[in-house]
Design a protein around this ligand. Structure first.
Ligand code: PXL
Length: 279
């Protein structure tokens, strides 16, 4: 069988493991070719560093895809993450269209917010635009904040009720018709994980809830989910692998005095990812 290929469309944050510097090693380690379309280059991500330099690559997004198309290069999945402007939403939709076949999956992580707040640099109406991209996607992986912002529903602090989680899942399904993997779901202080919704049934996957927060764990989760999906796991099984792997990365990082802005030590856990995937 031919090797599967993903196009990862995110920024490159040169320091502070997230977006492409997470997606590329993790998906590649799982045996999947990972082509990239960088949306911007930043000296660091925007979460806690000051004075970062930023180069917008918007004008190259569609030409890269057009070139691939002229070379008959298509992909099995398009994985979109952090996008830095409303205009990039439209550019990414066009790029995805150019490099997709009928069976290509569009997986959108609507990276823009956490802990009830939009990330630095986004206008208040950015979630309305991200919702358009989610409506074109087959699978979306919002966290609770992103789901609440796209729906205009009040953000709640954890622990959650199952009613609140179902309101988010059903609301997003009505607006996107995508399968949903909602992250950051927790009903008690011991476990955290994700809700998986296909429009009919909600299933939950959990791992241990650890008392530490690091940047980029959403990208670790989504990249691992895609790595598992393209290795023929069901969405629920892929979400369980992603939850376990993300937890293992956090646990390893907690062993030393790590700066939360620097991201997690996922490199040490790559052998475990390969084991979870039975590669
Ligand atoms: O991990 C998400 C992310 C990706 N890229 C950039 C970011 C963030 C979150 O803050 O700033 C540039």
């Amino acid at each position: 069988m031919a090797q599967k290929r993903v196009a990862a469309i995110h920024d490159i944050s040169c320091f502070g493991k997230c977006s492409l510097t997470v997606a590329l090693p993790l998906i590649s380690a799982a045996g999947i070719e990972t082509a990239v379309i960088p949306t911007a280059v930043l000296s660091t991500h925007t979460g806690g560093f000051t004075g970062y330099i930023f180069r917008d690559l918007s004008e190259d997004i569609v030409p890269v895809a057009r070139h691939w198309k002229s070379e008959n290069i298509t992909v099995d999945a398009v994985y979109t993450g952090y996008l830095c402007s409303k205009q990039q939403i439209y550019l990414v939709l066009e790029a995805a269209r150019l490099i997709s076949r009928r069976d290509t999956l569009l997986i959108t992580d609507p990276v823009m917010a956490d802990n009830g707040k939009l990330y630095k640099g986004f206008d208040r109406d950015f979630p309305d635009y991200m919702l358009k991209l989610c409506a074109a996607a087959d699978i979306i992986t919002p966290n609770i904040t992103e789901a609440a912002l796209m729906l205009g529903v009040k953000y709640m602090e954890p622990p959650y009720t199952e009613d609140y989680i179902k309101t988010l899942l059903e609301g997003l399904y009505v607006k996107t018709h995508a399968k949903i993997v909602l992250t950051g779901v927790c009903f008690d202080s011991r476990r955290i994980g994700a809700a998986v919704f296909d429009g009919e049934n909600a299933a939950y996957v959990f791992s241990e809830r650890l008392d530490a927060v690091y940047h980029g764990t959403g990208d670790v989760f989504a990249s691992t989910l895609i790595a598992a999906l393209l290795n023929d796991r069901s969405l629920k099984a892929a979400a369980q692998i992603a939850a376990n792997f993300t937890c293992a990365c956090i646990r390893r990082t907690m062993e030393y005095d790590a700066d939360m802005r620097y991201g997690v030590n996922f490199e040490s856990q790559i052998p475990n990812l390969i084991k979870y995937l039975e590669l």
